[in-house]
Design a protein around this ligand. Structure first.
Ligand SMILES: [Zn+2]
Length: 487
């Protein structure tokens, strides 16, 4: 049976002339930049309101409570101190929780997500129709109706985006509560906390931009996959953005042909977070079918395909692009090394575990490379300029950590008892995303400390690293968990 696109081509004079041509490539359907900018502006309006409200409600309170802050002590972080928050911290926590509950976003999230999805559908269809028209001169616009399959993809996209929009205030207030109470109990001053509130606002803006950019691309990818496969365009050629930010694995796919059904390990273009690659549709107009069903009547029945729907195609597109949307933006780093299956690997982890196993009191100070971190993310999250710094973990820090957080006592307070193997997680923890990096005060000898947080195996791990400016080192101070991961 001819595919819909072959049927359409047969019905058009110019299409018939083009018919004999196989493997014709069309212009790829790129995510709409205008849609992305519209979505970004809408989400930044939400985060702007969030920040304004937090500043208005919390800054005066923080200032008036300053006499009640815990005095600075010789401890590294709030975590290493008494585990019950002090009175000022408790007041702030309660206030932030109230703000979180008062911030009504349900209705706005729904409207915004629906509008973003409708825009994406319109742009994707218009661009696909345009691409086909330019290539073979036929207009498929009439076939691209909002059928059940398309509606299913749009519903999935809307649901995913409602969740992401709602996560903006949730994550913002949760992080504020955690950072401010920790800061108050770590003996920071009002000015420090006001600065932290400011930088957490920047982090939220950054997340909003990431959502706008990546979801615009995800919706385009899912809808393109659905539309092309239902038209009978089963193959595409991978095309990268062809600049220096393209991931190595994706650069290797550039120019190769794939079936929508059987993509490479990394997924179809636009499927991995922040992927800017596109699919160049391959058009096969030569219907060499001749299987007896290729009669005139079948031609017209093929034309109804746009209305009668293969819902399996929609399910495949939804699963690929919106399956794990919720966690996709946590711990993302495009530069992190991956194995041949596209899974993130933890370079150097094994040697760190081995080193930690050999530490004992009084052992020699040996420095081990602890992985890499993104200096740009650190700068954005903390203001520290660490270009050219290397991350290390020395044997004394490992020993301190195991002594402090590697005992049964740690487990009795609901935290993970840190083992030598946990040091193998450092490369992965250091490559966490920008929103999980934060300035967390000073170390005993007055060096700036930076926290790198990452959820792994059900725990919230935190690596505390200190900035050693002279030696250009970002060195491990402590490794512990801050409770269990929420999911
Ligand atoms: Zn890519």
């Amino acid at each position: 049976m001819p595919t819909l696109i072959q049927t359409a081509a047969q019905a058009s004079a110019r299409g018939v002339r083009a018919r004999a041509r196989r493997n014709r490539r069309l212009r790829p359907v790129r995510p709409s930049r205008a849609d992305e900018l519209w979505y970004k502006a809408a989400l930044l309006a939400v985060t702007g309101e969030l920040k304004a409200r937090a500043q208005r409600e919390l800054l005066p309170l923080l200032q008036s409570l300053e006499p009640l802050y815990r005095p600075a002590a010789d401890s590294i972080t709030a975590h290493d101190r008494a585990s019950t928050p002090g009175p000022a911290a408790q007041i702030i926590r309660t206030r932030v929780q109230a703000l979180r509950q008062q911030f009504g976003i349900e209705g706005a999230a729904q409207r915004l997500a629906q509008a973003a999805t409708a825009r994406a559908a319109q742009s994707t269809d218009a661009r696909l129709a345009d691409s086909v028209r330019r290539s073979i001169g036929i207009d498929i616009g009439g076939f691209l109706t909002r059928n059940t399959a398309m509606q299913q993809v749009m519903d999935a996209a809307t649901r995913a985006n409602i969740g992401l929009i709602k996560s903006l205030p949730e994550q913002y207030f949760d992080t504020i509560a955690e950072r401010l109470t920790a800061g108050i109990d770590a003996g920071l001053r009002y000015e420090d906390l006001a600065g932290q509130l400011q930088s957490l606002g920047d982090v939220t803006d950054h997340r909003a931009k990431l959502i706008a950019r990546d979801q615009t691309s995800k919706m385009n990818g899912a809808m393109t996959m659905l539309r092309q496969t239902s038209l009978g365009i089963s193959r595409y050629v991978w095309q990268t953005a062809e600049d220096e930010r393209v991931r190595t694995e994706h650069a290797a796919l550039d120019g190769q042909e794939f079936e929508w059904d059987t993509p490479p390990a990394t997924g179809n273009p636009g499927e991995p977070v922040n992927c800017r690659c596109v699919a160049v549709p391959v058009l096969d107009l030569d219907d060499s079918g001749g299987d007896g069903e290729d009669g005139g009547d079948d031609g017209s029945s093929g034309l109804t395909l746009g209305g009668a729907v293969n819902t399996g195609l929609a399910a495949a597109a939804i699963g690929r692009y919106f399956g794990e949307w919720a966690s996709a933006y946590d711990g993302f780093n495009p530069d992190q090394p991956r194995d041949e299956h596209g899974k993130w690997t933890e370079a150097g982890g094994a040697s760190l575990s081995a080193a930690a196993k050999s530490v004992k009191p009084g052992c020699a100070l040996v420095k081990h490379p602890a992985g890499s971190f993104d200096a740009k993310d650190v700068a954005k999250a903390t203001g520290h300029q660490l270009d050219g710094y290397r991350a290390i973990a020395d044997t004394h820090a490992m020993q301190h950590t195991l002594k402090k957080h590697g005992t049964a006592h740690e487990a009795s307070r609901g935290q993970k008892q840190i083992t030598p193997d946990d040091f193998g997680r450092l490369p992965s923890i250091l490559s966490t995303s920008e929103e999980n990096i934060s300035a967390i005060g000073k170390t005993v000898i007055g060096r700036d400390a930076i926290g790198f947080d990452k959820q792994m195996d059900g725990w919230n791990f935190r690596a505390v690293m200190e900035v050693r400016t002279g030696r250009k080192e970002l060195a491990l101070v402590s490794l512990y968990t801050i409770g269990k991961a929420k999911k």
